[in-house]
Design a protein around this ligand. Structure first.
Ligand SMILES: [Zn+2]
Length: 132
């Protein structure tokens, strides 16, 4: 379904919405308000039914349903940064645990233990044995 991907890229301006990168190999279709995983599943499901892909689903939404604002192009770097900033990776999968960023920031503060939602999380030191 390369044709739909090309069309979607054209409709979304052929460049990263954040930094302006235009190398199409680095560009990815991003859901402005998240929900990409659910959408992909939906697209694949729909695709298997009608012989179309997730790209067709997105193209249809943009062109037929006028939902262009739902999507944007981001380069891989900006997309990763957005995911970390929004903590999509860990929050979606483990809603009851601190996210990578929350843990990362606590460790960077030099904490040996931190509290999150009333639960205590110890920060272990990396032992010399583990590094060999
Ligand atoms: Zn970018």
């Amino acid at each position: 379904m390369a044709l739909y991907k090309v069309k979607i890229f054209e409709l979304l301006g052929n460049k990263c919405a954040k930094c302006g990168e235009t190398d199409w190999r680095l560009l990815q279709i991003d859901h402005v308000n998240g929900g990409g995983t659910r959408e992909r599943k939906l697209g694949v499901k729909e695709g298997s039914k009608r012989g179309n892909s997730a790209y067709h689903h997105i193209w249809k939404e943009i062109v037929k349903e006028g939902k262009k604002d739902k999507y944007q192009l981001l380069c891989a770097n900006c997309n990763w940064l957005k995911r970390y900033e929004r903590d999509e990776l860990t929050r979606d999968r483990y809603p009851d645990q601190p996210t990578f960023i929350e843990i990362f920031e606590e460790i960077r503060k030099g904490r040996t233990e931190f509290e999150w939602k009333g639960r205590k999380y110890p920060v272990k030191e990396i032992s010399e044995e583990e590094t060999t």
